[in-house]
Design a binder for this molecule. Structure first.
Ligand code: ATP
Length: 360
């Protein structure tokens, strides 16, 4: 059966051959590692008409089978083995969508080496993975950052100590002065390095953006805060009982994400922050940051917005919005998750013959 006939068969009212690009995008497959925000990414790709591939570690396949988001599942012993199946993915005409677990499991040096088409600018990974470069980038964008203490003797306010290897907030601790710091750092002798950062008192706010390299437009996709163990449960125990318990130090182990809608009058500032980050990224790592990204902030009672980290890709905080957030609903008038927005961008890029503009 020819393409024309197939098309007629499925769409009785359309008698012409579908435009080249409508067929062209379907020859690509959207692939990602089965973890983090893969359900959303693959579902979004399906919604846009793509076939999908989930690359899973043994044992995690059942999730992607059960939710029927993957047309193909490739099982690996270790995510690092992704480098070994590159030819297979290239043959599949797959486009890899990165997420935080993808980068963590593979390491940014291996991601840089990938030959499989990759959505996003790989040059930005280095800037995001190195705390010093990240700081330089965000400072260059004019954002307010927490103070860093290079010498524990100088600690003059509450600080949060973050280990370089730590992921998902594991092992972080709070200290109030040098003595407290020295005592609490003792069990972490094997850690390779850490940063002592001013602890910002306020509410956490994670801002989800999407920047289109095709239209040069910045979109607000939504907001979330994290549900972290045990810091989010400390308020359930009175201060008296906390004292009575032997050791109740807060930890920041991520468990999930909770949606937020912000006060509307904050939006102009939040948009400007995102625009400045993109503008600066074009200087440091041309062609700059594009696609989804997130500024991780704390908003203080003085209405300062202090940025403690940037994620230069889709964040798990967008997962509550598989059907879209209030913001994407207003903009698109149809369900638009961040995963779907990525697929749509790729689809438009194929249509406009600008695929290279969205691949890194
Ligand atoms: P990820 O890489 O997944 O973003 P992470 O391990 O780098 O996580 P952070 O996001 O840096 O961890 O921090 C974990 C949590 O600690 C945050 O969600 C926030 O609640 C808290 N936090 C981090 N930095 C600060 C700070 N400077 N002031 C107040 N709270 C902070």
């Amino acid at each position: 059966m020819s393409k024309t006939q197939k098309f007629r068969f499925r769409n009785l009212y359309i008698t012409q051959l579908p435009p080249y690009d409508m067929v062209a995008f379907k020859s690509y497959k959207i692939a990602t590692i089965g973890s983090h925000s893969a359900l959303q990414i693959l579902k979004g790709a399906h919604d846009e008409g793509f076939s999908t591939v989930a690359i899973c570690k043994k044992g995690s396949e059942k999730v992607y089978k059960s939710f029927k988001v993957a047309d193909k599942i490739i099982t690996l012993k270790d995510y690092k083995d992704l480098l070994k199946i590159q030819d297979k993915l290239v043959k599949e005409n797959a486009i890899l969508i990165p997420h935080a677990s993808f980068i963590t499991y593979m390491g940014f040096e291996d991601v840089e080496k990938l030959r499989v088409p990759y959505y996003g600018n790989k040059k930005i990974l280095r800037w995001e993975s190195d705390r010093n470069l990240e700081r330089k980038w965000l400072k260059g964008a004019g954002l307010k950052l927490p103070k860093i203490f290079n010498n524990p003797k100088k600690i003059d306010r509450p600080v949060i100590v973050k280990f370089h290897g730590a992921k998902g907030g594991k092992g972080y601790f709070i200290a109030k002065h040098e003595k407290d710091f020295r005592k609490k750092i003792k069990p972490y002798k094997d850690e390779k390095g850490y940063v002592i950062q001013e602890y910002i008192l306020g509410v956490p706010l994670f801002i989800h953006y999407f920047y289109s390299s095709l239209t040069n437009e910045l979109e607000i996709m939504g907001f979330d805060k994290r549900y972290e163990s045990n810091v989010d449960s400390l308020g359930r125990i009175s201060a008296r009982d906390q004292f009575a318990l032997e050791k109740v130090d807060p930890s920041y182990v991520i468990v999930g994400n909770i949606p937020i809608v912000v006060r509307e009058s904050y939006l102009p500032r939040l948009m400007e922050m995102g625009e400045n980050v993109v503008k600066e990224s074009k200087k440091i790592a041309p062609p700059g940051l594009f696609g989804p990204f997130c500024l991780e902030t704390v908003l203080t009672p003085k209405e300062e917005i202090v940025v403690f980290e940037i994620s230069a890709r889709i964040v798990a905080g967008t997962n509550p919005y598989v059907e879209g957030s209030p913001y994407t609903w207003i903009k698109y008038n149809e369900p638009m998750s961040t995963g779907r927005r990525i697929a749509r961008e790729i689809k438009i890029a194929v249509k406009q013959k600008k695929l290279k503009k969205v691949l890194g």
